[in-house]
Design a binder for this molecule. Structure first.
Ligand code: MLT
Length: 445
């Protein structure tokens, strides 16, 4: 692969005379070169962030078997599923055990109508967003959907923009798809537009100074826990309209918004239907990280460009992809997700969110007491902090683990601009969070 320095786009490298000769010879002689791999995977740096953290914890525990580790690293929920979901799933299991109510494949892997109707009505129309059930695609997770959406976009043609720091999946999947150049200095990849979000700019990404085609926005933000106002989101929709860009809006943490002025959905912004796909998940609101259910919204009117410059609706492309590569989320799980929309389910989800947000408050205030600069944690389950004494993110990780038996996530793991920052997740029991605050104050105070 090579990079066109003017457009920053990636092109296939021209074969050298030697390589070209070998390929020609093999074709002439019909010699097989064996199964070719996707070379883009070789560009990926080290492991995915969270497995790397697990590796370090494992090594530490092997040497310190008695250490009682408190994990505030990966944003994985700890509290049991809402009772309404458990009850609905239990009933669905019983239905699957009787001939009269047994279900096999769904007619359409997009999801059962009864779930998609409730999503459209309660998550969108209740907020004056013009979204209908047939624009909702139920899936097993937002992580996979943000990755899979690249299937319906041209490879190596689109200029990608991400915030820095960023949820690593957005970048890594573009590397895999061949939409980037090689790894560059500071943990970046050539050909990607990085939009820094740091304390200096109040964690508000500036609009790109160069034209970009696909823009990932995650709000409330992972990893910084910060939010964007309606005015800021309006700027992004206007930018996308002006430049023909596609916004990929990840709203996995919308249930944590406590400030009523903050939009929960990109479709609260006028015109967003024409420029944005939205990803939602049941993982962080109803605790489905192990249960697996999410959904993606692709408005019927949203278009992209074909190679010859014509407008093409994205909805039928995604529907085709979904039905070809996916057989749908299980009936039992979809019934569990549906229960989130019942009055009991809503109340229980609110209680869960309130519980984690109280954890976030304890962490935030505990850190502030020892003079640490803390961001996020008010409209999101993540606390983003400046590492003390100017320590690097990974040095601080190692120090917390060694001296406090405490695990967080190094900011630099989310991107170059995350260096010198550290993320704590509010997902844990109250007891563990209270202990974590004490340990943090002892080690970093
Ligand atoms: C995180 O810790 O960033 C999240 O748990 C990752 C995810 O939801 O996939």
């Amino acid at each position: 692969m090579g990079q066109d320095s003017r457009s920053g786009r990636i092109e296939n490298e021209r074969p050298t005379l030697y390589n070209g000769g070998l390929i020609l010879l093999s074709k002439l002689l019909r010699i097989r070169l064996m199964a070719r791999i996707n070379d883009n995977y070789l560009k990926l740096k080290a492991g995915y962030l969270f497995p790397e953290i697990s590796r370090r914890i494992k090594a530490f525990v092997a040497e310190n078997p008695d250490a009682s580790i408190i994990r505030l690293g990966i944003g994985d929920v700890t509290e049991p599923l809402p009772a309404a979901c458990v009850e609905a799933m239990t009933k669905a299991v019983a239905e699957m055990g009787r001939r009269e109510t047994f279900r096999g494949y769904m007619d359409d892997s997009q999801g059962y109508d009864w779930l998609r109707e409730k999503i459209a009505a309660q998550d969108f129309r209740a907020r004056d967003c013009d979204i209908s059930a047939d624009e909702v695609f139920v899936s097993e997770g937002s992580k996979s959907d943000t990755a899979n959406v690249l299937d319906i976009l041209a490879k190596g043609e689109n200029r990608i923009a991400v915030c820095d720091p960023v949820y690593p999946v957005y970048v890594d999947t573009n590397v895999m798809a061949g939409n980037t150049g090689d790894p560059a200095d500071g943990g970046k990849y050539a050909g990607v537009t990085y939009l820094p979000v740091t304390a200096e700019n109040g964690f508000i990404p500036a609009l790109p100074t160069e034209p970009v085609d696909v823009i990932y926005l995650c709000y409330p933000n992972n990893p910084t826990g910060t939010v964007l106002s309606k005015d800021e989101l309006t700027k992004w929709v206007a930018y996308a309209k002006e430049h023909g860009s596609l916004l990929l809006f990840d709203a996995a943490y919308e249930a944590y918004i406590t400030d009523e002025s903050i939009p929960h959905s990109i479709y609260e912004i006028e015109g967003a239907r024409d420029v944005a796909i939205e990803f939602r998940s049941f993982s962080k609101n109803a605790g489905f990280t192990g249960t697996r259910c999410a959904y993606t919204v692709i408005p019927r009117t949203l278009t992209g460009k074909t190679a010859d410059g014509k407008d093409q609706l994205l909805h039928p492309l995604w529907a085709r992809r979904h039905n070809t590569k996916f057989n749908g989320v299980s009936y039992i799980i979809q019934r569990g997700a549906e229960a989130v929309y019942t009055p009991d389910g809503q109340e229980q989800v609110r209680a869960l969110i309130g519980f984690y947000l109280e954890n976030a408050r304890l962490l935030r205030e505990g850190l502030q007491q020892i003079g640490i600069d803390v961001y996020g944690g008010v409209n999101a389950p993540y606390i983003w902090l400046k590492t003390p004494q100017g320590l690097s993110s990974w040095d601080f990780f190692d120090r917390l683990l060694k001296d406090g038996h405490l695990v967080g996530t190094p900011g630099s793991g989310f991107g170059a601009a995350g260096e010198g920052y550290f993320r704590l997740s509010a997902f844990n029991s109250r007891e563990k969070v209270e202990q974590a605050v004490e340990r943090f104050q002892r080690v970093a105070g």
